[in-house]
Design a protein around this ligand. Sequence first.
Ligand code: ADP
Length: 569
Amino acid sequence: MRLPANSTDSQRVLILAPLGRDGKLIRGELETAGFQAEICATVQDLCAEMERSAGCALIAEEALKADAVALLSEAVARQPPWSDFPLLIMTWTGPTSAGSKTRLSTIAPLGNVSLLDRPMRPVTLVSAMLAALRARARQYQLRDHLTRLKTSEQALRESEARFRFLSELAEATRSATKPEAVTEVVARCLGEHLHASRCAYATVDPETHDFEILHDFTQPGLPSSVGHYRLPEFGTYSHDALRAGRTLVLRDVAREVPPGDGHESFESLRIGALICCPLIKGGKLVALMAVHQSEPRNWTHDEIELVQEVVERCWAYIERERLMVELAGNLEKLHRTNRDLSRVNRELEEFAYVASHDLQEPLRMVKIYTQLILNEIDRTDHTVDHYADFVQQGANRMEELIRDLLSFSRAVHSESPTVGVADLGESLSEAISVLKSRITENAATIRFGPLPRVSGDTRQLAHVFQNLISNSVKYRKTTQAPAIDIRSSLADGRWTIAVTDNGIGFEPVYAERIFGLFKRLHKDEYPGTGLGLAICQRIVERYGGQMWAEGEPGKGSTFYFTLPAAAAA
Ligand code: ADP
């Protein structure tokens, strides 16, 4: 049944009066009273108008022949459940005959029937009409409510189905570990959910736009589309849309794709309608996901949106998986490089240890025999004396290098250091007593407060203090006696020790570099091997600490190291 376009439809009064004069009279009166009245020539017309939409019917009893009553009762029976169509019967004017009685008794059970006796005053007609039309208007209101209710029920059902589908899809893709498995699951779920004839996934060659359908979900009876194809062969319109990254929607391929420009390719795959989503990567078309229907299909907006949403999720998943695989590969590479580096490091450390250790003996021999030779030769010759000095200096320098290299190797060599409680006060005393004569010679002063007990080894940490103090004395200013200040502070279970001097300092950019092996900023003016700070840093790191430095040329330097407090160790 057609719905009325507006509320005036529910105000239409249909008149059925076999005597044309009566009908016109009644219509005239009704129109004067402001009603919209229409005369129906036959009972068939009246029934047809009733089905269209109307407010009520005003019928003269003489129009109700037996066949008319039958037609009317069928029309009433065909009315929708919300409708209770008002029928107003104007009774026969003469004395009530047996025929009239039967007619009225057959029509009465039809439903909303009112009898209006003739002759009838116009005011009676108007009031009866108003009551009937008001009741009818209510029925139309009820119908509108019901329609709205149905629409929202439908929307609810659709969104429920969509939600169920998306969660089922999420569940199905969760168990799929490889991208191919995911596209397969997506194609199946999408095809089934949309009752599509086919759903296919293809990878596209970004340069030639040849594509390979890797797998497809097909309804029974439809051939699989798996295989190799050329996208331009599916017509200019489709090709242009997809390579521009637009979703291609065809509702009736036969009408929308012209012969000679793609029609045949769609036909060979028995595609009557389709939604095809492209995947663009780096500006190039690389994959397609398409839902096919073998017959034309009027895809709804919701269906198109759903396909787009699902395919976008699918692309995102594939991209994430690809990145994960790449990441896993990179991680593996990193692990391998790390393992190689640790091995090379270990080998180098072992080599440094063995070399420095084994070099000591031959060097001792060189020194002894050089001395013996020097005792035998004529030292009054200047040149010989000069060369002899070189030999001795060289041997001494080599001895110094080997000694420091050996200390460095020892600092890094042993696998796990013995971590105990180190008394930094004791470490410092030991360092000062070793350096006693140098401190006195340089008139150096050392100020320090109470020093803590930390996690480490007292003797090894004495070595750290010894290196730092001897550097402060070595890199002193010529104009000022060395003044060294040692302080400690505790934060978050870690002690920080700061050794500050008033020496020549250094450029802040070199603060990291000076901890490197053999790295020296003041090479020629000062003796040394460039290993002292590297050794200190390795010792501190072995006990779980860190070491760094700050300095400014001409203003002195501060060397810091941290170590876990003894209680926390
Ligand atoms: P070395 O003293 O044998 O050269 P180190 O490893 O102890 O080697 O120190 C590396 C470099 O750091 C030194 O050559 C020097 O340039 C710089 N340095 C170390 N301590 C100080 C300091 N207290 N003041 C200024 N520069 C320093």
